[in-house]
Write a protein that binds this ligand. Sequence first.
Ligand code: ADE
Ligand code: ZN
Length: 365
Amino acid sequence: MVYYNSSTKQHPVNEPSKKMDQPLEFYQSLPKVELHRHLEGSIRVETLADIGREHNFPQRDTSTLRPLVQIGKDEPYTFENFLSKFAILRLFYRTPDVIGRITREAIADAAADNVRYLELRFTPVALSKAEGFPLGHVMDWVVDGALAGQEQYGVVTRLIASVNRHESPDLAEQVVWLAMERRNRGIIGLDLAGNEAEFPAQPFEGIFLEAKQEGLGITIHAGEWAGAENIVEAITEFGSSRIGHGVRVLEDETAIALARERKTVFEVCITSNHQSGVVQHLLQHPFPMMLNAGLNATLNTDDPSISKITLSEEYQVACEKLGLPVAMLPERILAAAQAAYLPPEEKAALVERLRNELNEKIPAA
Ligand code: ADE
Ligand code: ZN
């Protein structure tokens, strides 16, 4: 059976059962690109425990906190359970220092995993809720944390402001204007996230079109907890060049053809899709089929702390559980870099740096 068929190069086919396993250190050694990672889903459990102690929360040790904020093996793998973790996390955004700290630590953790370019998305409305912080202040604390983290840990970091479908379009509009005011401080994109199963994207369409016109990159969670028609909507109505997840694209030939024609980039997050009930069996994740259908699918983490994963581990899962030949990893990493919401010269420099380094690690690249 042909598992993968690269559009640009031919590689020996790896069937999952006959693969050559690589140690995790191999995947960690690769320079990586992350396009889809939520700040709120990246918070260390140890940091939550510190905050719990500082604020006298009943939840103040890691063993109490872990099951509240991470997906355990025996929990239901549903989107409701997945989203419930964010509601608990919201209780912890208590001070400007906390928001700066979690931002810097998210970048430190990306650096430790050898991520070289990170687009970190954050949800100003969620971060502002517990204390009623003004949205602009929250955004400044994240921006400052990201600039400090980038400087300290050497990960090129850009920010995407995220708004949830299940929250008010009026608040989303405020977020967009505040994001546009902070474009020269690292906010480069806008994301629509949240409960796709029960809330339509349409109320946000005008806001997203405005943001796009003003130069923000647009990405939309679609075809994750609802069908492929949401991917078509995101591409045709919102002008989205990237789709968060989009794994249900394969249900609809028209959606496949459209995404192929527009060269839409899919920000695929394998473990998240399993844990949130999109894909029942990890081994049946459609990432291989998406590539075989000629779609531009990249590998990402979504919420590394909630899922208890790293990007290196996701690359390992793709190769060793889904049969992606290791020789195809450089191409997928470079595809992610090409999809970065960076100005053309910065993007070209990033791609060139990664290409050179990947060539040394995996010479066939
Ligand atoms: N927010 C954080 N993770 C998400 C996901 N996988 N889907 C939608 N919204 C999210
Ligand atoms: Zn996401």
